[in-house]
Design a protein around this ligand. Structure first.
Ligand SMILES: Nc1nc2c(ncn2[C@@H]2O[C@H](COP(=O)(O)OP(=O)(O)O[C@H]3O[C@H](CO)[C@@H](O)[C@H](O)[C@@H]3O)[C@@H](O)[C@H]2O)c(=O)[nH]1
Ligand SMILES: [Mg+2]
Length: 192
């Protein structure tokens, strides 16, 4: 069944840092019936994420940073372990993830491989996230990482054994969706 959708009205509820819209639309189904619905959608653009891995040491590179939304929803200190990620701005996903990798982790990577893309919160957030993996080596480290000063980023870089990282998913120490997807991808595909 393919729905026919017509946007009837778009209201901007908030346009501060990102944009929250309330959209009213008619939604006609194949059987001819139609319905008018309103939904709010939060638009922060699209993003890209990457899991760096090393086959010989069987390790991955992750980041840890304060995430306010988790803090107000039960994460006691607000710190979250995540795969490196960033918003696309005007970049294409591959350029974005190379830049973010260098800024956040300090590694200048060569070959990146796109593995899939996913809407991460399709009922409320417009974002599509592009997922990448890449091999890293100590020789690719060009700075300390940590993020960009003027963006007030304060990112810790972690190098973790893959088995330990997967165990941390089960124990609840890793609770970020994109990170869990990428760790499981490495294991499912037999990469690590
Ligand atoms: N002043 C201000 N700064 C903000 C606000 N919201 C975000 N920022 C800042 O904007 C910057 C965005 O950094 P990026 O590295 O580009 O994005 P990200 O926050 O890591 O987002 C990535 O992960 C998200 C969560 O999984 C993804 O949703 C997103 O697509 C991306 O991949 C960060 O410095 C963040 O603090 C805000 O409301 N006000
Ligand atoms: Mg980031």
């Amino acid at each position: 069944m393919i729905a026919k959708v017509e946007i009837l009205k778009t209201e901007i509820l908030s346009d501060n840092w990102y944009t929250l819209r309330k959209i009213t639309y008619s939604y006609s189904k194949k059987d001819g019936t139609s319905q008018t619905q309103s939904r709010e959608a939060y638009d922060r653009g699209n993003g890209a994420t990457i899991l760096l891995y090393n086959r010989s040491s069987r390790t991955v590179i992750l980041t840890r940073q304060f995430r306010l939304p988790t803090f107000i929803n039960g994460n006691a200190d607000g710190m979250l372990i995540e795969a490196c990620a960033g918003l696309l701005d005007k970049d294409n996903p591959e350029d974005c993830i190379r830049r973010e990798t260098e800024e956040e982790t300090g590694y200048k990577i060569h070959d990146v491989r796109k593995v899939f893309e996913a809407y991460m919160s399709p009922g409320s957030v417009t974002e599509i996230l592009y997922f990448f993996i890449a091999e890293y080596a100590a020789s690719m480290k060009v700075n300390e990482g940590g993020g960009v000063e003027h963006e007030e980023e304060n990112i810790e870089v972690l190098e973790l054994d893959i088995d330990k990282a997967l165990h941390m998913v089960g124990s609840g120490e890793i609770k970020d969706g994109k990170t869990i997807m990428l760790l499981q991808h490495l294991r499912l595909k037999g990469i690590l």
